[in-house]
Design a protein around this ligand. Structure first.
Ligand SMILES: [Zn+2]
Length: 75
């Protein structure tokens, strides 16, 4: 199956693999990385940025909800 890098389009290669227990069976997971380590760094950063952004969004939403509830409580 083709799994091109989102950054440069090169075919991604197998990175680390690990096993995890899933019920009674053990599933092997394999992480794929870009063959270009500099490119992989960019991809990693983009993923981290996206995670930070969505975490921030969740925080903003939670704060807005809290503010709304406070407003309701205050009448
Ligand atoms: Zn790449």
């Amino acid at each position: 199956m083709s799994n091109p890098c989102i950054q440069c389009g090169k075919e991604r290669i197998d990175g680390k693999s690990w096993e995890e227990k899933a019920g009674i069976s053990v599933v092997t997971y394999t992480d794929t990385v870009c063959p270009d380590s500099e490119c992989q760094k960019i991809v990693d950063k983009a993923i981290a940025d996206r995670k930070a952004k969505s975490a921030n969004l969740i925080k903003i939403k939670a704060e807005a909800k809290l503010a709304r509830e406070k407003q309701i409580a205050a009448g």
